[in-house]
Design a protein around this ligand. Structure first.
Ligand SMILES: C[S@@+](CC[C@H](N)C(=O)[O-])C[C@H]1O[C@@H](n2cnc3c(N)ncnc32)[C@H](O)[C@@H]1O
Length: 407
């Protein structure tokens, strides 16, 4: 069977036929949970443990005192193959597959179409944890969560104090795992989330249905018009008494126009706080195995926006000065203008042999690193059809990270 992650779902088994094949200790552990959710439980096994026999005696379970037959799965919604005989378990899962009944296997999870999570309940909430076939880890995570709920260190959203205002949250470079704890907490507390394209979007799927989600990509186009509309929306919602999270990729103050939003809030008398995020010029090379500084190699790093080409009348960047530096140069928003920037850096004094790494979609599933030198950068970007978002790292640190390539 494939090795995709599981799709979690809460099964409502009340009154529905569930077949447990096997009557030993595994069945004994599963059957009470099935009874507790009101399932119509049928145990198929020549023998059962005394505990199961007791449940049969009290009428909570139907016992079919024999070996498994394919027809046992007629009318079944769910089946657990829990015998100590692999051949029988195999027959159960094969029969379940034909009938499209989800089947749990106690002996071999890779042959199962469903896995049993580690489950616990607290105050009307069911906590179910599925590890990638790591039952002990799942149980440990479940226990931590239950303990947190019991002790109040995990507080459900409706119990929180949510004062109105705006929180600027930096979501990190893309992988939701790289978002800060404070950022996650702010999201949980939000009434309104105003999200950028590069914010870790998977986290938006976790927002409760009553949270208003405003997708910035859908606001009016044009740099100024869009920013004005964002400022207007966050201030207006906060003045309505809402708690607003302005959710961006990386850090809000690194080419994120975050401070314009801070100013807009202050001018409107709206309380505003900032949760910094891992910024892509450091985090993306880091995850790709490239340090932006290294002792004896680079004692400085310069982060530059390449969204305007060298020589553009609005550009405030002195590319000649940057070309004369010896440390690491990290270019952002620079894929389109990279050929012209490489030429300008070489004109400023940087060697055409200077190593370059282009990391696109850093920390995300499509992450890719393309290696080049300043002299070959234009050709390599074209050959590899590199698309934004990408971070371009220029300097000897790239050779430190990839010594074989630059030997
Ligand atoms: C408008 S800037 C926002 C930067 C963001 N505030 C930060 O601190 O990372 C967008 C640029 O950041 C870089 N970037 C952001 N996330 C990235 C990622 N996951 N992989 C590569 N580059 C990324 C790219 O250069 C992209 O063009």
């Amino acid at each position: 069977m494939d090795d995709f992650p599981t799709y979690p779902s809460g099964l409502r088994l009340g009154g529905r036929r569930v077949v447990v094949v096997g009557g030993g200790h595994v069945a004994q552990r599963r059957v009470p949970q099935l009874i507790a959710v009101g399932a119509d439980v049928h145990v198929v096994s020549p023998d059962v443990t005394p505990a199961i026999e007791g449940m049969v005696g009290s009428g909570e379970v139907t016992w079919h005192r024999r070996g498994f037959q394919d027809a046992d799965l007629d009318e079944a919604w769910y089946v657990i193959a829990a015998t100590d005989d692999r051949t029988v378990n195999e027959q159960v899962s094969a029969s379940a597959e034909v009938r499209r009944v989800f089947c749990v296997r106690s002996d071999d999870a890779t042959r199962a179409s469903a896995w049993t999570p580690a489950v616990g309940r607290h105050a009307g909430v069911t906590v179910a944890v599925l590890g990638q076939r790591e039952p002990q880890r799942s149980a440990a995570v479940r226990d931590e969560i239950l303990e947190g709920l019991r002790e109040g260190t995990i507080v459900a959203r409706h119990q929180r104090d949510r004062s109105p205002g705006v929180v600027l949250v930096g979501g990190g470079p893309g992988d939701p795992e790289l978002m800060t704890v404070a950022g996650r907490k702010a999201l949980v507390e939000a009434d309104v989330v105003v999200a950028d394209r590069l914010a870790p979007r998977e986290l938006l799927g976790e927002l409760p249905a009553d949270v208003e989600l405003i997708d910035v990509a859908k606001l009016p186009r044009g740099r100024s018009a869009q920013q004005e509309e964002i400022n207007r929306v966050i201030v207006a919602r906060a003045l309505e008494g809402k708690r607003v999270v302005r959710f961006k990729g990386g850090d809000s103050f690194v080419f994120g126009r975050g401070f314009e939003e801070v100013i807009a809030c202050r001018e409107a008398g709206v309380p505003v706080t900032v949760v910094p995020g891992l910024s892509s010029p450091i985090a993306v090379p880091g995850v790709a195995g490239i340090p932006v500084t290294h002792r004896g190699v680079a004692h400085e790093f310069t982060v530059v926006s390449g969204h305007l080409p060298p020589g553009h009348p609005e550009s405030q960047v002195n590319w000649t000065a940057i070309g004369s530096m010896s440390g690491t140069v990290v270019l952002m928003m620079a894929v389109e203008n990279a050929p012209a920037i490489a030429t300008a850096l070489v004109a400023g004094g940087r060697s055409p042999a200077t190593p370059v790494a282009v990391v696109s979609e850093g920390t995300m599933p499509g992450e890719r690193t393309v290696l080049a030198t300043l002299g070959t950068l234009a050709a390599r970007l074209a050959e590899e059809a590199v698309r934004p978002p990408a971070i371009i790292v220029v300097g000897e640190v790239v050779a430190v990270a990839h010594p074989a390539h630059f030997a």
